[in-house]
Ligand binder design. Structure first.
Ligand code: AMP
Length: 181
């Protein structure tokens, strides 16, 4: 399956993606994880991305889309993938459609994790990542509302909405059911 996972920061996309990846047998491709790996290794891409990530802002689309395209070209992503954190804007969604069109494939669906803002802030403060301080969280929530939430309308009937409050297992079961698995 070729799926995009959509939801505000702190919605639990990464946690669900790891479980779904195992159950569905497709790789979990997280742009945030790819950036953090590059930052850890001190690559030019990491150096370029770090300032944006620390500020809670989006890394420029050309850099991000190139990173995603090369990851999707790897062997393990040929038959399916879970994209976590990309696309984050309508512009990125159009680029993704183009990347997939070149491969003659398309998305099967876009899983939208629905969760209230209170729960999201609570979860983010609990995980304690470097970019999880209160100012950055507020910026990322605003970026989500302004830039990413419009993707819900953009994807229209490709959206598979999941109520994402509750235990990790409950949310996973709801997702598997919604995917017909
Ligand atoms: P995440 O782990 O998905 O919360 O991403 C952490 C940070 O990486 C974000 O706050 C952005 O700075 C950057 N990032 C991740 N995905 C993207 C993307 N698709 N476009 C631009 N920046 C991104």
């Amino acid at each position: 399956m070729r799926l995009v996972l959509l939801g505000p920061p702190g919605a639990g996309k990464g946690t669900q993606a790891a479980i779904l990846s195992e159950k569905l047998g497709v790789p979990h491709i997280s742009t945030g994880d790819l950036f953090r790996k590059n930052i850890g290794e001190g690559t030019p891409l990491g150096v370029e991305a770090k300032g944006y990530i620390d500020a809670g802002k989006l890394v420029p689309t050309d850099v991000t889309a190139r990173m995603v395209e090369s990851r999707l070209a790897e062997d393990d992503a040929v038959d399916g993938f879970l994209l976590d954190g990309f696309p984050r804007t309508v512009e990125q969604a159009d680029l993704l459609t183009e990347i997939l069109r070149k491969k003659d494939v398309a998305l099967d669906g876009v899983v939208q994790f629905k969760v209230s803002e209170d729960v999201v802030v609570e979860r983010m403060l609990a995980r304690g990542r470097a970019d999880d301080n209160e100012d950055t969280i507020r910026t990322r929530m605003k970026v989500y509302r302004d830039e990413t939430a419009p993707l819900i309308d953009h994807y229209g009937d490709k959206i598979i909405a999941i109520e994402a409050e509750g235990s990790v297992e409950e949310i996973n079961e709801r997702t598997m059911t919604a995917l017909g698995k």
